[in-house]
Design a protein around this ligand. Structure first.
Ligand code: UDP
Length: 247
């Protein structure tokens, strides 16, 4: 059986959330010098990288790609690729915090608005007292502040750099500074810090199980409707897409 499913030319490894966390734990234990970039690829990124060559090369360079959202998983199943489940940034982050608390990993939290960034670190410190929070910075910095932030992260050398700057900005940012960040793992987590800090409500398990998280988020944040128009467009294009080769 092939180990990858291709969706619009993007190769998704057929891995569960459990396996993803295992892979990331071993990356941290390995003490490698190169940054391991994890990208949770949603329909928006999949569509954007059809035209955006730089974004495409960022995906090609990633250490690991996961299927962010039921749209990707369903298309893979209809096309015979059978991804086992979605592996979102939020679920991955919670698992990494949990493992980090047990194994004393170090973290840096970049992104979200200033209040949320402050709050999220307090919540995490409270809930996961044994993990190391090396630093934090909100995500509304100016261009001329960027070098200082990169330098700070680079000198702190976190095991895991969490980046909440929205997708695909986080992915571009991590890739741009990958040689200077000195983190073992960097991952863009979308709006996850907003949820952990309590700014945005978490999607209840029942909605997630029914695969209608997108609907819940739409009800909570109606302003997202324009962005979600991409979902039916993605489904049609992805189902009709002619993959160049099976692998
Ligand atoms: N964000 C940020 N700086 C920016 C734009 C966004 O820190 O310049 C943060 C925003 O506050 C939120 C996160 O990025 O915490 C993700 O935003 P959104 O939900 O729009 O992105 P997605 O979930 O689609 O990645």
């Amino acid at each position: 059986m092939e180990n990858y499913a291709k969706v619009m030319g993007v190769k998704f490894p057929k891995i569960t959330l459990d396996r993803t966390v295992e892979i990331l734990s071993s990356v941290i234990e390995q003490k490698r010098s190169q940054l391991f970039h994890v990208i949770t690829v949603n329909p928006e990124i999949t569509m954007a990288c059809q035209k955006d060559k730089l974004l495409r090369s960022i995906l090609d360079d990633a250490g690991l790609i996961t299927a962010d959202g039921i749209g990707i998983v369903m298309v893979s199943r209809l096309r015979g690729g059978n991804l086992p489940e979605r592996v979102t940034g939020y679920d991955m982050l919670l698992r990494l915090l949990d493992s980090g608390n047990q194994k004393k990993w170090s973290f840096y939290f970049l992104g979200a608005d200033p209040n949320t960034n402050l709050k999220v670190v307090e919540v995490i410190r409270d809930k996961y007292p044994d993990l190391l929070i090396l630093g934090r910075h909100h995500g509304f910095f100016k261009q001329n502040e960027e070098d200082k932030i990169v330098e700070e992260i680079g000198s702190l050398k976190p095991d895991i750099l969490i980046v909440a700057l929205g997708a695909p900005n986080a992915e571009r940012w991590i890739h741009k500074y990958r040689l200077k960040l000195n983190a073992k793992i960097a991952i863009g987590v979308g709006g996850s810090l907003d949820v952990i800090a309590g700014k945005v409500k978490e999607t209840p398990e029942s909605w997630k199980r029914l695969n209608v998280e997108w609907l819940y988020r739409l009800i909570q944040q109606p302003s997202r409707w324009k962005r979600q128009l991409i979902l039916p467009r993605f489904a049609i294009r992805a189902l009709l897409f002619r993959e160049k080769s099976k692998l």
